[in-house]
Design a protein around this ligand. Sequence first.
Ligand code: BGC
Length: 735
Amino acid sequence: MSTISEAEVAARVESLLRKMSLEEKVGQLTQIAGASFMPGPAPEDIIRKGGAGSVLWLNDSKQFNVLQKIAVEESPSKIPLLFALDVIHGYRTIFPVPLAMASSWDPEVPERAQSVAAKEARAAGLHWTFGPMLDIARDARWGRIVEGAGEDPCLGAAMAAAQVRGFQGPYLGAPEHVVACAKHFAGYGFADGGRDYDPVYLPEAQLRNVVFPAFQAAVKAGVGTFMSAYMDLNNVPASGNRWLLHDVLRNEWGFKGFVVSDAMAVGNLIIEGFARDGRDAACRALIAGLNMDMASGTYPQHLAGLVEDGTLKLSDIENAVRPILAIKIRMGLFEQPYIDEAKLEQVVATPEHRQEARLAAQRSMVLLRNEGGLLPLAKSLKKLAVIGPLADSMEATEGSWMVFGHTPAAVTILEGIRSKLPGTNVSYAPGPEIRRDIPSFFEDIMPTEKKPLETPEEAEAAFQTAIATARQADLVVMVLGETADMAGEAASRASLDLPGRQEELLEAVVALGKPVVLVLLNGRPLSIGWAAEHIPAILEAWEPGSEGGNAVADILFGDANPGGKLPVTFPRKASHAPLYYARDLSHLPEDSFQYRSRYWDGPTTPLYPFGFGLSYSTFSITNLKVSSPQIEVGDSLNVTADVTNGGAQVGDEVVQLYIHQRAGSDSRPKRELKGFERITLNPGETKTVTFHLGPAELSYWSTAAGKWVQEAEAFDVWVGADSQATLHAEFTVVR
Ligand code: BGC
């Protein structure tokens, strides 16, 4: 555990506070941009006056030392800076995007990944990452679905805790680790229509039963910081929402760290039609419980004045400063403010880290279809064509949310396949390029060199070349999906179709009559209805990171057996969003003919359900047992099932447990995931999986009761390989 006691931290905080001026205290509540795209005074000048507690949007080890020296040698109270950046799925070694890591259904995957990310980031001089992103998202149009763990609170909570452990290590301040930040609190994933930043209207029951569990799991895992969300939540913007930031987070959950706003969010309280002006915004955010203003400049401009005229008390400011100083003390920044710049290159992107990334990518991929056992492919293939605009794209392989200033260094899918098959003729053609219709605003902030737009004639020529290349091959691997900037922040879509001419290309290649394998690189579920019927083998590789190409090749050629499962429902069409498995029942029985009355233009069932994924092995799950048919409120029971690998090779199955409470003070979702375990089985091997159901799993926040309840009711329980599992048992809770 931490070498430094709570009492010692508290004493050191108080002694610092005693010597700080009001301006310096406000400075600690101020995060400034180290980037050149931000207007305003130079960071050096602000820091010298004690006007900043933290710097973001800077990724320059040398400059970290320069700025830190100014803070600890020249500023009045010599308090070190916290350097912060978005290290979302890797610093130099890029891991699969978080949605992909959630597809592993193995919390060890994100835990190990984030611990590598932390080690690399810390060596570079960063202390604090703006992750994990814990927003539950049920609308695939929302671009930021890629940053989270998908649609489910139980899976989300497990991934949340794992990521906090990975980033922070065994305790806050552990060497080679960074402070984590649970974001975006709260409800951001439910933006109206999936449009980024749009308001969110969520009943308290949804917040507490669906949105909060991942955040509370992060608190329990000891997360150091929280980030308030941008959007308006039930008419009170999250960054000025005292119920969220104070009543729930601190009073109910006992969070002791600090809250940073999302970028500019304090100032934006005015734009949101909430705060009258900057003064009002600063005052209301602080009172709401928001400690640090990320880059809006509203706190430094107004807080001191608000204290001087008596609107705020000095103690309001000091209470906000305390947890920030405490984290700096715990991180050992007063003892070791600098980093050894020369060491960085020895720590980052080592072969060990790349190997971790490869394993994580293998475990994150989801096999969606494998008709006739087309996969794994034989390495003896003579002529293979790799086709598609993403097949040789390092950016698409590493995915969205790259660390500021990162240069992609991924093994692409084409390279991975080529190095797996040195003796095979592997030809390649990208086909027509794909692009966003409306460019990302990040292109204005961080301009990257882009090729000029392809003309329709060039696109047609590329299309024909791709067909001609495919025609020469014995088998075609199509690599389709989305470019990195098509998912992520400000990257929502109205359609979930394959962008550009990809679908047309896919259909034209299939028309050649060759066996086709589809590898998807994308940051959200896509509506691939045609492919789901016509392409015999589909591998959802997501955005698999630096080693993505090798991991895809490992799976395609049988050196790894896929075992990932979808953490989100794949809808047939974008217009079906939000589509998720854990919905409440309607007034009609699900199997009745009237139930067809939902839409008349096609089924609303998922294309692929939550929890779904295939393997090269075949598993059976049998012998479901409930340890007791009846328990009392407050008691627990065990649910067991036997899992057998009937295939010819070692493989993984993710065994999932779902429950349904049949009646109660509120109606409950038709199914809710309450436990899961990814297990590895040898051919012919059987293991018994045991799940625990106790008060935590059987309680919920009831709208009718206005509180958490555990009710004496009958329950259904299913155990299986996805959210449509049919193996069923029941039990009753009595009082
Ligand atoms: C994003 C956050 C991110 C922050 C700092 C914001 O635009 O919403 O997720 O941490 O920028 O880069």
